[in-house]
Design a protein around this ligand. Structure first.
Ligand SMILES: *[C@@H]1O[C@H](CO)[C@@H](O)[C@H](O)[C@H]1NC(C)=O
Ligand SMILES: *[C@@H]1O[C@H](CO)[C@@H](O)[C@H](O)[C@H]1NC(C)=O
Ligand SMILES: *[C@@H]1O[C@H](CO)[C@@H](O)[C@H](O)[C@H]1NC(C)=O
Length: 804
């Protein structure tokens, strides 16, 4: 098995895109027909100088032109070309002396085409055979020595020395056998009379004729020649032409006459009656044509297909009544009709195609064939317009399917591409084929949050684990490339890691509080949440979640001045000459909450002399309501309640002791005042009297008991502690204003703001005071309050507000 490689290289076309194809020269191999499957014919890798390792990647394969049958295969590991289906020389080439099968050897990436011709060598796999088993010859006894009688030659589907080589006639006294060649080149046999016949001696005889071929092993075929000896003499029929030619279009209906052959016989009567029959004829021709025995009309007997055969040669014999015959040749040419639509073969297809292929990438190779001839096989090929692909003509009848634009699976995930092919026959025939191309996903989209930022509003004292809000991001990619996972990005809030404040559910994006928040500690914080897809590498995007904590009225007002009851016996001096409206003192309170929850109102709930003092509802300033008169009690006691404006509101109370006097020395006993909580002088006196009586009584009892005990035991001390009189309470910073602890009319208000308020809450109070709001007028918290506090983008429309 030798191989040749021609050096002819035909350059392919350089197209608009960088697709470059080459059509190379022919490879030629030779193989015996009927080889076993798997028999190696040659090595294409070696003969083409290809890397064996790349054959698989380049999808090397061999296709037979115009046939779906795979006669040859390529071993992608070794590069061997091998027989993959029975190759019968006779089937492909019949009697042609040379049998060449043409193949396309196709390589991809880049597309490369090689013509491959396979010379199929004959093997003696067919025996010679005669058209009929028996040949009947009627010969007059008057026939002279040398008379010739035509015998159809034996046929052998093989060629060359594998075809018929010689004939052996059974030993007999009368005949010898000769081979003759006609002017048209066909061979026939002749039975030659060597010794005259004598009818009286022998009326008939049977001779066996054997045809042998030259193959090895030798094969043979036989025919029986039946000779009947007659009395009369005769003439052989003569054809009007030695070669008849006829033309008929393919697909002609059955019984269409093709041609009439005619032979005349000089004899008269029955002996001159000529009959026609086929002589040497292939099986194929026999199925397609019939010959009318009496008239010599050859007509169509089967379906004639140009593509199956374009030319037929048959021989026709004319015979007279005596069995004398002659032969003529009939050549029938078939003309092509455009009866074959183009056939579209998808030779290669990358499916699915990754969405990131660059424009101009070859995604498929298409081969178009039309079995007709000439213009009937000229094919135009196209695909529809609205797809990002186009067909680029390549080598011969190959086309490349090339992408023309960027693909995006998220927009169009698959394409149905219809390839149409139309030939140029008249009328033209066309066919189409649809290929479905899927676009494979590439992780090219990061998750995108539905909002640019998120805000969550939560009331302080929330439960740990409560839902704050949820974030959501979309990723249009496929499967894991589009699966979004949420996580918190590291960071700190007030020095602690964010994870100790909030957590995010990785699957749902729901954000939970990890702990209870205290508005008084911080009012807002920001966390970064990342949405990441599961691709490799993953893509992510970040979003800011602002958590706003709103105040709850969880702090009662705290009274800074005067000090808590029971701890102080602070007394304010009120000058006797004080006029109505004079400022005598001030209750100072703060509230750790904010807004309404810290908006304090003051009220006198109890007083020794109602009507003498009044308190500013929002300022807490205690003023005289009228001028002090001589009749007013010197000691005045007020109980003031401080309430915030929360819902529900919280309150605190304090007592304030006022002494109407111009001189602190006049004050008799502070203690008296401190425990005098009654607002009526009479009640006080009654109680004092009662206490005195009780004390006397108790003392008396104790003395009696004491005396009795002392008589039994040593006397014991019952009261060994003295009651200490507490000194006046003064707030530490207040004491600096005046050593006496007295609040002057012109006290400095701001002195308290610096220490009394931890936050800016107090400013609310002071500003309300300035505006002298009526007591029943409420302040509503409007969303702009938050804006003021946080200076954030709450009112920008793209901010999502979490629904708790
Ligand atoms: C392609 O064809 C298939 C089957 O005919 C059909 O199910 C599919 O929807 C088509 N796709 C497009 C993009 O037209
Ligand atoms: C995800 O994208 C990568 C490339 O980014 C690709 O290789 C992979 O096949 C994709 N996965 C799916 C399920 O489509
Ligand atoms: C999100 O934040 C992380 C951490 O700061 C950073 O590594 C990542 O690049 C950010 N992603 C985007 C899309 O900005």
């Amino acid at each position: 098995m030798m191989s040749k490689r021609s050096v002819v290289q035909i350059c392919g076309f350089v197209f608009f895109f960088v697709v470059v194809h080459y059509a190379h020269g022919d490879l030629s191999y030779s193989v015996l027909e009927e080889q076993k499957r798997g028999s190696v014919i040659g090595n294409i890798a070696k003969d083409l100088g290809l890397e064996v390792g790349r054959l698989s990647a380049r999808k090397a394969r061999v296709d037979m032109e115009g046939s779906d049958k795979q006669y040859c295969g390529v071993n992608l590991q070794s590069g061997d070309l091998f027989v993959s289906e029975r190759i019968d020389r006779e089937e492909h080439c019949g009697e042609k002396p040379s049998c060449v099968l043409k193949f396309d050897l196709l390589l991809e990436n880049p597309l490369e085409l090689h013509r491959l011709s396979l010379q199929v060598q004959d093997v003696n796999d067919n025996a010679p055979f005669f058209p009929r088993d028996t040949v009947k010859l009627e010969i007059r006894e008057s026939a002279v020595k040398g008379a010739k009688y035509r015998i159809s030659a034996a046929q052998d589907a093989d060629i060359g020395k594998n075809s018929v080589q010689s004939y052996i006639l059974q030993e007999n006294p009368h005949f010898v056998f000769n081979i003759q060649t006609t002017s048209a080149g066909s061979k026939y046999g002749e039975l030659v009379l060597d010794k005259e016949l004598d009818r009286e001696e022998q009326q008939e005889m049977k001779l066996l004729l054997t045809a042998v071929d030259g193959g090895s092993p030798q094969r043979s075929g036989t025919v029986v020649i039946h000779v009947i000896v007659l009395d009369a003499n005769d003439n052989a029929p003569v054809f009007t032409e030695s070669i008849y030619t006829a033309t008929i279009a393919e697909n002609s209906p059955i019984d269409t006459p093709v041609i009439t052959v005619s032979a005349s016989d000089a004899d008269e009567g029955v002996n001159g009656e000529v009959t026609y029959e086929f002589g040497r004829i292939s099986d194929k021709s026999r199925k397609l044509f019939s010959l009318e025995e009496k008239t010599g009309v050859i007509s169509v007997a089967g379906s004639i297909d140009y593509e199956e055969g374009s030319k037929y040669e048959v021989s026709v014999e004319a015979k007279d009544g005596y069995g004398l015959s002659s032969e003529a040749k009939v050549i029938i040419d078939i003309t092509d009709v455009n009866d074959n639509a183009p056939l579209i073969y998808i030779k290669s297809l990358t499916n699915p195609i990754p969405e990131n292929v660059s424009p101009g990438t070859e995604v498929g190779i298409i081969n178009v064939q039309d079995r007709d001839s000439d213009s009937n096989r000229q094919v135009r090929c196209s695909i529809q317009q609205n797809v990002p692909f186009k067909l680029v003509p390549s080598i011969k009848n190959y086309y490349s399917l090339v992408s023309t634009g960027q693909l995006d699976r998220e927009l169009v995930s698959d394409y149905n591409i219809t390839i149409s092919a139309t030939d140029e026959g008249s009328p033209p025939l066309s066919s189409s084929k649809t290929v479905q191309l899927s676009v494979a996903d590439i992780n090219d989209n990061p998750p995108v949050f539905e909002e640019q930022s998120y805000s969550a509003y939560v009331s302080e004292n929330n439960k740990a684990g409560s839902t704050l809000c949820s974030v959501s991001a979309r990723d249009p990619d496929w499967r894991q490339n589009g699966t979004v996972i949420y996580s918190l990005l590291g960071g700190e809030v007030n020095g602690a890691p964010v994870s100790s404040y909030v957590s995010v559910n990785g699957d749902t994006g729901v954000i939970h509080a990890v702990r209870s928040f205290d508005y008084e500690q911080f009012r807002s914080f920001k966390v970064q949440v990342m949405a990441r897809d599961n691709g490799s590498p993953p893509l992510s995007s970040n979003v800011t979640v602002s958590v706003f904590i709103s105040d709850v009225n969880d702090n009662s007002p705290q009274i800074l001045y005067p000090g808590p009851e029971g701890k102080s016996f602070m007394t304010e001096l009120v000058p006797k000459a004080a006029h109505g409206g004079s400022l005598v003192s001030k209750v100072i309170a703060v509230d750790a909450d904010s807004g309404q929850n810290a908006w304090l109102s003051y009220q006198i709930v109890k007083s020794t002399d109602p009507g003498l003092f009044t308190i500013g509802v929002h300022s807490g300033e205690i003023r005289t309501q009228r001028d002090i008169s001589e009749t007013d009690s010197m000691k005045q006691n007020l109980v003031v309640s401080v309430k915030d404006n929360g819902q529900p509101s919280l309150s605190a109370t304090c007592s304030m002791y006022l002494l109407i006097s111009d001189n602190l020395a006049e004050v008799p006993e502070l203690k008296d005042i401190s425990y005098d909580e009654k607002n009526s002088k009479l009640t006080s006196y009654l109680i004092i009297a009662l206490v005195c009586v009780s004390t006397f009584f108790l003392t008396f009892i104790i003395i009696i008991l004491g005396v009795r005990f002392c008589r039994r035991r040593k006397p014991r001390l019952l009261f060994d502690g003295a009651v200490a009189i507490p000194s006046a309470y003064l707030p530490p910073n207040y004491a600096d204003v005046d050593g006496t602890g007295t609040l002057r009319s012109a006290y400095n208000y701001d002195a308290y703001l610096t220490t009394g308020s931890r936050t800016s809450d107090f400013k609310f109070v002071s500003s309300y005071n300035d505006n002298t709001l009526p007591a029943d007028q409420t302040l509503r918290k409007s969303p702009s309050d938050f804006a003021e506090v946080f200076g954030d983008c709450d009112d920008s429309p793209e901010v999502g507000t979490c629904a708790d």
